[in-house]
Design a protein around this ligand. Structure first.
Ligand code: NAP
Length: 259
């Protein structure tokens, strides 16, 4: 069982939803946090109200090279034990109606930023004798559905990256956890990109009917403590979809095409 108390944990996407709930629960469990996202004001007010002492480290992950340069300096001064790559942005648009640039934007935040931060931190974790790299992918990284062609592509890719990293770091005491949530009630749909790159700007009944961000965070923390490799978090069809994909792929494809 890994402990949270006293660990320094870097959470990206800490200004909202699952990342915010993670920050609240990790701080309550005695972790020292590094809080990243673009919205500095939200991060500052979060750090002020959480128990303990936390660092606000604003980062725009849509430009991973710039984020890497900034994080490189930062890591010289601080020892991080656990990185949680949680920041992400979704999509609501048909493939044939989506600009090519939108695919690139989805890959930058959901895939390349994970590669960038994980590659940066891993040598530090090895030198420290171990640690965790956690990445929040999605059930959309296991099963493709309508309106998510760019998001799903990035979330599938990040699962592959994490599988390889886990194998390569297995003998170095660096645990790699991939989290695949189904629907979670957050701002994800509101912030999702449409075909021209603008925000959807409204809620989605599927997400609104999902589990709470607090429940999702609770299961992620439990998986870190238990040194798990991969978890699926959720309820209903979104929870069982990866299992259906494996054992009844034809049935699942028909269900998805009809929805
Ligand atoms: N909610 C779901 O149903 C669901 C299901 C499966 C997977 N997930 C995954 O869970 C993770 C968290 O999403 P959520 O549901 O909590 O959504 P959310 O409420 O929209 O939060 C997304 C977080 O990512 C940050 N972010 C977005 N773009 C960023 C950028 N360019 N640079 C830095 N940070 C950025 C946002 O902060 P700023 O805007 O302040 O930058 C925010 O803190 C994502 O990876 C998402 O794909 C969610």
């Amino acid at each position: 069982m890994s402990t949270i108390n006293g660990k320094t944990i870097w959470v990206t996407g800490a200004s909202s939803g699952i990342g915010l709930a993670l920050a609240e629960q990790l701080a309550a469990a005695g972790a020292n946090l590094v809080l990243s996202a673009r919205n500095q004001d939200k991060l500052k007010s979060l750090a002020d109200r959480l128990p303990g002492t936390h660092i606000v480290f604003p980062l725009d992950l849509s430009r991973p090279e710039k984020a890497m340069a900034k994080a490189d300096h930062f890591l010289e001064d601080i020892q991080v034990d656990i990185l949680i790559n949680n920041a992400g942005i979704s999509q609501r648009s048909l493939a044939l109606e989506t600009d090519f640039e939108v695919y690139r934007d989805l890959m930058e935040v959901n895939y390349f930023s994970v590669v960038a931060l994980s590659k940066m931190l891993a040598p530090h974790l090895i030198q420290q004798g171990g640690g965790h790299i956690v990445t929040v992918s999605s059930v959309a990284g296991k099963v493709g559905t309508k309106h998510r062609s760019g998001y799903s592509g990035a979330k599938f890719a990040v699962i592959g990256f994490m599988d390889c990293l886990r194998a390569e770091l297995a003998d170095k005491n660096v645990r790699c956890l991939t989290v695949c949530p189904g629907f979670v009630h957050t701002q994800i749909a509101h912030n999702a990109l449409t075909g021209d790159g603008s925000q959807l700007g409204k809620a989605d009944p599927d997400n609104a009917g999902g589990i709470s961000a607090e429940e999702c965070a609770r299961q992620i923390i439990q998986a870190i403590q238990r040194n798990k490799d991969e978890i699926v978090v959720g309820k209903g069809l979104s929870k069982v979809a990866p299992m259906l994909q494996r054992f009844f792929p034809g049935l699942l494809r028909r269900l998805i095409a009809r929805r």
